[in-house]
Design a protein around this ligand. Structure first.
Ligand code: ISE
Length: 343
């Protein structure tokens, strides 16, 4: 059975997902598109042999839609999920789940109310071969007990205009998730150090920033996030362990030597650096939808947890001090293996 996917939001990342689903991923087709800009949806639909609709509920309810991919702007994810979840269809939602804790909680409550895990969250780094290898190093035979995680996350230019709080909810949210995934534990506290601003930083904002977290067991996780780094897109994760270190990022590019110099090319955008992760994420999701299997990626609980920590980080940025992170109890829906949604 071909999984017919409806795509909500066909800007940068949404159109890239739609093209992948239509042309690269096996077992999927793109049937219906929605975008806040109807002309944009109609133009891509014409390219893909799909159709476009004017509202989000129309897309979720359509008979020719088996599963939905949500790739709209960050702050409407929750609203659109709440509109669509009652249709009972599997959803792959781009990160973040929401930009506020209340919105993220509303999605969790809706899923718990339906009694089914319908949402996989698009934390695609969990599918990246580099991060997967890094996680495999965190064993007694590898680098031993993880003690410190150093992350670097640089965008060529801020995709949302430079607003420091959005650096936390849009960019750093990736490291908040990857830290939980790598270490298999929750954060206990967070602080944000805002230093000397780079030349493109608007008044009253900070860029780069350093986010420092402590996990429940005391592992220190830090993230240098630089939204207007200018020189290229770069993501590095270095884990210091009790018997060694493992680094993801430094070595993931080809080093070329020409004209008496040696260097590497950097991508301009994450779509280049994480192309394989995006593809593997989509293929895993489509396979799971086809087979009625549990989703292979992050759940909406993971999205909720990351949004709670990002919200505490925003408070820490405003106050300049440490802020405790406490997650509410995890609903039983998110414990143990899922039976998997069926189209
Ligand atoms: C963007 O929204 C993404 O999700 C990219 O993966 C991330 O690296 C970038 O910083 C975000 O702005």
């Amino acid at each position: 059975m071909t999984v017919r996917v409806g795509v909500v939001g066909v800007g940068n990342i949404g159109s890239s997902h739609a093209l992948n689903l239509a042309r690269v991923v096996s077992g999927s087709a793109v049937s219906v598109l929605f975008d806040a800009d109807p002309d944009r949806a109609a133009a891509l639909a014409a390219d893909l042999g799909a159709r476009s609709v004017r509202t989000v509920p129309e897309l979720f309810d359509a008979d020719d839609v088996d599963a939905v991919l949500v790739a709209s702007p960050d702050d409407v994810h929750a609203e659109q999920l709440l509109l669509g979840l009652p249709a009972g269809k599997p959803v792959l939602c781009e990160k973040p789940l929401a930009t506020t804790e209340a919105d993220a909680r509303a999605v969790i409550d809706a899923e718990v109310g339906l009694g089914r895990r319908l949402v996989q969250l698009g934390f695609m780094r969990r599918f990246d071969p580099g991060y997967v290898q890094l996680k495999q190093e965190l064993t007694a035979q590898g680098i031993g007990e993880p003690l410190v995680v150093h992350n670097v996350h640089r965008n060529t230019s801020a995709p949302y205009g430079l607003v420091t709080e959005r650096t936390l909810t849009n960019m750093v949210v990736h490291e908040l998730d990857i830290g939980r995934w790598l270490l298999d534990e929750e954060y206990a506290s967070v602080m944000v150090v805002a230093g000397r601003p780079g030349p493109l930083t608007p008044d009253g904002q900070h860029d780069p920033i350093l986010v420092v977290l402590r996990t429940a067991s005391g592992v220190v996780v830090e993230v240098e996030a630089f939204a207007n780094a200018q020189y290229g897109y770069e993501v590095v994760c270095r884990v210091t362990g009790s018997r060694g270190q493992a680094v993801m990022g430094d070595g993931s590019y080809i080093t070329r030597s020409t004209s008496f110099s040696r260097g590497v090319d950097l991508p301009e955008l994450w779509l280049g650096r994480f192309a394989e992760a995006y593809r593997l994420q989509l293929q895993g999701w489509v396979d799971a939808v086809q087979g009625g299997e549990p989703f292979p990626g992050a759940t909406s609980w993971d999205g909720f947890a990351a949004t709670v920590v990002a919200t505490r980080a925003v408070e820490a940025y405003r106050s300049g001090g440490w802020v405790d992170v406490v997650l509410p109890p995890r609903p039983s829906l998110y414990a143990g293996p899922d039976v998997g949604p069926r189209p």
